[in-house]
Design a protein around this ligand. Structure first.
Ligand code: FA5
Length: 342
């Protein structure tokens, strides 16, 4: 019997030392130390033994149980420590890895140009005004010396909403609104950036919705030279001192004289390309001296007050500045295009 117990001890210790995991170790504990285990079996037979043998078998059985139990406990601690070490190794955080950068948006190139132009004019003493995009015919045309039926209305193909209201075709109605609000008293020095709408066919340089910046300066001593100086300052600040401009005589019913201002194309530098349609020039704004009729209709004494006005095409400025070939890029929301202007 004692032999059997010693043999069980050896077997159990061998199995415990080779056990691969905690589950298998628990199986071994049940196998050797459980109620139906071999040591318990030996102990059950002790009642048939003589007292001497019973005593020694009892003692040895308890010793063997204690040794196996101790060994299982030691192995369990070792396996648990191993499992924790493995888990820690797997969950290691490399604090030296660079973090994930959040995607940071960019200011739309058109908005950036508008902000730049606004700052430029604010620095020259202008204030910024706003006007409605759905406008009365009265402000968009009539107060600008364009009565109903005037042929020059055809210069700006319009989206009418009713007979009397439309999507404004230019930012010039803000001139009329500002003059009326001033109640015949100058000086005035404002700009008004905003969206305008025309039934133009979309192409590389035309869009049915685009952005203008209106300017209006009224005072008692304003001349065409002030207009020219202001436009030169604008073009030099925006495009650099090497860009050339040309003033072409033009016609707007609300200014007299009127000019259109072109800048040398930034893509071809004047030699002619697809952006400038081979001319070497891109038209960026219309301007002129405010027509006396416009001043009078809005309550200003045109003998006392004169002034100039201009309407800049903001997309054209952005295109020239960044060499953008197609105005439609501003409106198609292609992130690959927008992300270039960080
Ligand atoms: C006007 O809209 C006048 N109201 C400008 C003005 C204001 C003249 C004050 C005198 C005094 P024009 O239609 O030329 O003018 O437009 C002005 C600028 O807007 C043009 O020079 C051009 O840069 C831009 N523009 C005109 N049509 C379009 C279009 N379809 N798409 C993009 N830009 C355009």
């Amino acid at each position: 019997m004692l032999e059997r117990l010693k043999q069980l001890e050896v077997e159990a210790l061998t199995e415990v030392s080779n056990v691969p995991g905690l589950k298998e170790l628990n199986d071994l504990r049940i196998k050797y130390l459980g109620k139906k285990g071999p040591i318990q079996e030996v102990m059950k037979n002790m009642k048939d033994m003589d007292p001497e043998e019973r005593k020694s078998v009892g003692q040895i059985s308890n010793q063997v149980k204690a040794v196996i139990s101790q060994e299982i406990e030691t192995k369990k601690e070792a396996l648990e420590a191993e499992a924790i070490a493995l888990q820690l190794a797997n969950e290691t955080i490399d604090v030296t890895l660079p973090g994930r950068m959040p995607a940071i948006g960019t200011i739309h190139p058109l908005q950036a140009i508008l902000s730049e132009l606004e700052e430029l004019f604010i620095a020259m003493g202008y204030t910024v005004e706003e006007g409605p995009e759905v406008e009365w015919d009265h402000y968009n045309f009539e107060l600008l010396n364009l009565p109903k039926g005037h042929p020059a209305r055809d210069m700006q193909d319009s989206f009418y909403i009713t007979e009397e209201s439309l999507l404004r075709t230019h930012t010039s109605p803000v001139q009329a609104r500002t003059l009326l609000a001033a109640k015949g008293k100058g000086p005035i020095k404002i700009i008004c950036p905003g969206k305008v709408y025309r039934r133009d066919d979309d192409d590389a340089t035309h869009s049915h919705q685009f952005t203008q910046i209106e300017g209006l300066v009224i005072g008692e001593d304003i001349t065409m030279a002030d207009l020219k100086g202001t436009l030169l300052e604008l073009v030099r600040k925006m495009f650099g001192a090497d860009r050339e401009i040309r003033l072409r005589p033009s016609f707007f019913p609300f200014t007299e004289p009127s000019v259109e201002v072109d800048v040398t194309c930034s893509k071809c530098n004047g030699s002619g390309c697809s952006i400038c349609k081979g001319t070497g020039w891109i038209e960026i704004l219309g301007a002129g001296m405010v027509h006396p009729n416009v001043l009078e209709m809005s309550g200003f004494d045109s003998k006392k007050y004169q002034g100039f006005a201009f309407g800049i095409g903001a997309e054209r400025i952005a295109m020239l500045k960044h060499g953008i070939e197609d105005i439609r890029n501003f409106y198609t929301n292609d992130l690959r295009f927008i992300a270039q202007f960080k």
